[in-house]
Design a protein around this ligand. Sequence first.
Ligand code: IVH
Length: 692
Amino acid sequence: MSKSPEELTETEAAQELEYLAQKIAQCDIAYHRDDSPFLTDAEYDALKRRNEAIEALFPDLIRPDSPSFRVGAKTIDAFDKITHTVPMLSLADIFSVEEVYGFIDKIRRFLGLADSEEIEIVAEPKIDGLSFSAVYENGRLITGATRGDGTVGEDITANLKTIRQVPLTLRPTADLFEMPPQKIDIRGEVYMSKSDFFDLNRLQEETGKKVFANPRNAAAGSLRQLDASVTAERNLRIFAYACGEISHPTWTTHAEFLEQLKKWGFPVNPEIRICKNVQEMIDFFDYLTQKRSALPYDIDGVVYKVNSLELQRRLGFIARSPRWAVAHKFPAEQAVTKLEAIRIQVGRTGALTPVADLEPINVGGVIVRHATLHNADEIARKDIREGDTVVIQRAGDVIPQIVRVIQEKRPTDSKPYHFPEVCPVCGSRAVREGEDAVIYCTGELFCPAQQQEALKHFVSKDALDIEGLGDKNIEMLFEKGWVQNAADIFDLQKNHELELVALSGWGLKSANNLFQAIEKIKQGVALERFIYAVGIREVGEATARLLAHNYLSWARFLTEMSSDTAFEQLTHIEGIGPVMAQYIVDFFQEPRNRELLNRLTAQITVNDYMPPHQKTTPLSGKSIVFTGTLETMTRQEAKAKAQAAGAKVVSAVSAKTDYVVVGSNPGSKQILAEKLNIMQITEQEFHVMLDD
Ligand code: IVH
């Protein structure tokens, strides 16, 4: 019989806490990872209670790996933000066997490999959960974060610690020389098993709380809880599959890395296969398709990853996804339902998008109420009519689509659908521009729908991200006439403070929170966010970043966009075509836009562009042209490397070109470089400048 906690000396207490931390961690692994618990639930609970009792008496002895951290920490108001030192990227999706061949072909071409050379691929299930990052320093879990926008996530350290499968310390391996790295960022997926999801929903229903649509939503709702004790009650699980920052890796392949993860105590998915060719990849995909419904958790496809880390490094990234990995998604799930009505939505650029209102139906675990109809041509082509019975499908997070109409079920009095000739909101003429299938409202900034959508976009998460200004509040502020355009937001406190505070559902606290959030924006926003937020047609986040990268400051961007050469400059940027360039030029030529921009920048500080924690290289910000055949890498690889080092790669030599990299048998570009006196460098010199 052990002593009661009160009888323990300090040394005995420390020893016992150490013992309990280890014992409980072992139980967690046996229970969750190995599915073979060696204690009953009651015995396990007794250990945890004893640990808590000793900690209560000896608070100074609480260990960083204490099992009590696994249950709810204190409640917080909002999540802090964590910047990922290595961004958390997403994967490109593919849906067919041809695309699997395409993925491998592209890799071969990029690396300049012959068809006979084998590329080893690791195939893994794509877990349908939410990704996490867990940073360990000297083997101890320091922080946990969600993916967020890939660059900045939410601090969910307390929540992650409540998940029993997440090791608080990396288990020392038998080999003493295998010390854990000084720092490692482990990534993986948090998910809820199918059976835990059903149990949770039953409980939610019994207690009158909201039920979750699917295990993924349940996992997300459980992980992102400000009160981590709620997370602790939900049986969340993890699979680890990747790493971000690492001080010094001791493995050379992804497969070895997965083995190391297991040794440290992480659950790694057992359904993983090393494939030597495309046929083996497809066989694995077919095998998992069969097995999918029998697995205890949801998966939505297979992830293929190049096994060699050296090849991964050479392949690098394109935009937000690696070239060395891809997600092969399972086919979309389909269902049959009735199309009740076709409704027209007006977007922020005036595009009229038809939406189908459906009789609600469950498609693969999600209740679907609406489907996109894309545009008038699509409705005509598929002859979709109100009252039709239709086949719909959904794949992953994309908006459900209508596959076809079931003709036999069409009501006898049905009539073809006529696309409206005027905007349903402002009554302006609706026109089709050129070849474009999209029909636009011509009301522009006078159309209330366009104004509201532009506002929603301006404050949205990826734009200025003003907390407290969700769609509902924007609609309210707009209808009251307090905020008609983006600049009005910054005059809200001055002009309508008292009225807002007096509104039902608001009050001093929420109004102040909103004003504070607005004030924070005034202090400084990133150039690329600002460019994205102002809502230039077709300019998404990637293009906004490209523009920021090329013009570096708002003042310069504005000046250049007002100059006669704006169009020409834009089309010289790799990634911006003539159509997009024209939209950008048009935007800046519109006097109302210029006036709005002036009002905005009078209030907001737009920060100069900061490349995402990239070390500066001799190539940063330089304009570079390649000519001739390169020896050590393909043209594609060279281009990607130059871009990663911060250079702009352009296709034609001009007076603005900084360097021309000359390979063997150069063409007219070299002659022009000679004429214009542009610095010419060899492939070897290029490598030196890359610093690799
Ligand atoms: S690897 C750079 N492996 O899929 C590549 N991702 O669309 C990092 N996911 O955000 C991801 N299972 O949330 C990888 N076995 C797996 C995965 C997986 C699920 C998710 C992950 C990621 C998303 C990419």
